[in-house]
Design a protein around this ligand. Structure first.
Ligand SMILES: Cc1ncc(COP(=O)(O)O)c(C=O)c1O
Length: 393
């Protein structure tokens, strides 16, 4: 038989799924996958029920229903301070992942170079690779994940087309500062580059940090496609709704491509999620209070056990270094073994550090923990971790 397309050759199932399957067998708790198991807010659910009952069942405009795009325009201007001009600068997509695919299909040709910061979100790199882009990595390290902009600039060549910015970040929780975003905006302009920003954790910020969108920096909007979604903010990863904000000329092409791939995001669910904008702002404050408590529990537990813990500045993950545990426990030679050890001895799922680096060795002493769990489930997970790996006296 003729072979499958070359782009499928590097595709393999991530270790996240393998861990999920193992955990099912031992009735374990999965702190690996970035899914929040809290309920979706009632107004959103009611909105979707009503839309289904009202037979709002046909394809929507490929860029999304007007009511939702209007709400997103207002939100993008007010919360993100993005100077979006009209609803034509907004498109609703199948998850922010759908928005990312539409963006890279629109901006990149095979062979174009893209700069990505490590530790990275794997989907970004895998999709860019499938698309034939060539990746250049900029390493950042704990505790602060500071960016060496001279190094970034040294990687820019005539083939460089775009830079990926993920703030707040997965897996390390880095929140980009205004100073960093200003420096990035300067580079974009100087070298005529596009920026693709993934801001899906934009409401999860700790220690009084502020979410700043790159597109809000003067001069950056025309070169930036801002991606976000509803999965994380409203606990609805399975609904598959996200969006992109950017200059109309780019969004129009992205919409035409998305139309070819899936026509539109599910219409009744778009009506449902539009109800999110009628909810009070207390929703965000309450969510934050709840995540702050979970971050505290997760990070102090890991510190008590002996991990080096760079407390996340935002998002709901912590990328913890287990090097100090090697002296006290068996099974921590590398990240794959450590991840297996946590399943075997505590029934806890994590993600091996190598998933976030181009070179496996760069992630071989860390694990990612996701603390987006109901509090009592997280408490139980922490209890199991401490029982299996007793804190040193
Ligand atoms: C950084 C980042 N972007 C995007 C996504 C996926 O978002 P969506 O469900 O909107 O496709 C995730 C999910 O884990 C993520 O961590």
């Amino acid at each position: 038989m003729k072979p499958l397309a070359e782009r499928t050759e590097q595709l393999k199932q991530s270790n996240i799924r393998a861990i999920t399957l193992m955990l099912q067998e031992v009735d374990g708790i999965n702190l690996g996958q970035g899914i929040c198991d809290m309920p979706t807010p009632e107004p959103i659910k009611r909105g979707a029920h009503a839309a289904i009952d009202d037979d709002k069942s046909i394809y929507s405009y490929y860029g999304g229903i007007l009511q939702l795009r209007e709400a997103l325009l207002k939100k993008s201007r007010a919360y993100n301070r993005i100077p979006a001009n009209s609803v034509d600068d907004i498109m609703v997509t199948v998850g922010s992942t759908g928005a990312f695919v539409a963006t890279i299909l629109t901006l990149l040709d095979a062979g174009d170079e893209v700069i990505v910061f490590e530790p990275y979100y794997g989907y970004h790199c895998n999709l860019l690779t499938v698309m034939g882009a060539s990746l250049k990595f900029v390493r950042t390290t704990a505790l602060d994940w500071d960016i060496d902009f001279e190094h970034v600039e040294s990687l820019i060549s005539s083939r460089t087309k775009a830079i990926i910015v993920n703030t707040p970040g997965n897996p390390n929780g880095k929140v980009w500062s205004r100073d960093e975003l200003n420096q990035m905006a300067t580079l974009l302009k100087k070298h005529d580059l596009w920026a693709i920003t993934d801001e899906i954790y934009e409401y999860m910020l700790y220690d009084g940090r502020e979410h700043i969108s790159l597109a809000s920096i003067p001069g950056a909007y025309e070169r930036t496609i801002t991606l976000s979604g509803f999965s994380k903010t409203y606990n609805m990863t399975g609904w598959r709704l996200g969006y992109a904000v950017g200059p109309e000329s780019v969004i129009t092409k992205m919409g035409l491509l998305a139309d070819l791939i899936y026509i539109c995001a599910p219409t009744p669910l778009q009506h449902g999620v539009a109800e999110a904008f009628s909810m009070s702002d207390n929703y965000f404050a309450d969510m934050l209070t709840s995540y702050e408590r979970k971050r505290q529990l997760m990070c102090t537990t890991l510190e008590e056990i002996g991990f080096n813990v760079p407390w996340p500045q935002g998002s709901y993950y912590v990328l913890a270094d287990f090097t100090p545990l090697r002296e006290r426990f068996e099974g921590f030679d590398d990240d794959m073994q450590a991840s297996q050890t946590l399943v075997d001895r505590a029934g806890i799922g994590t993600v091996a550090g190598r998933s976030f680096f181009a070179e496996e060795a760069d992630g071989d002493s860390c694990l990612r923990f996701c603390f987006a769990k109901e509090y009592d489930v997280l408490e139980e997970a922490c209890r199991r971790l401490k029982a299996a790996f007793p804190p040193s006296a």
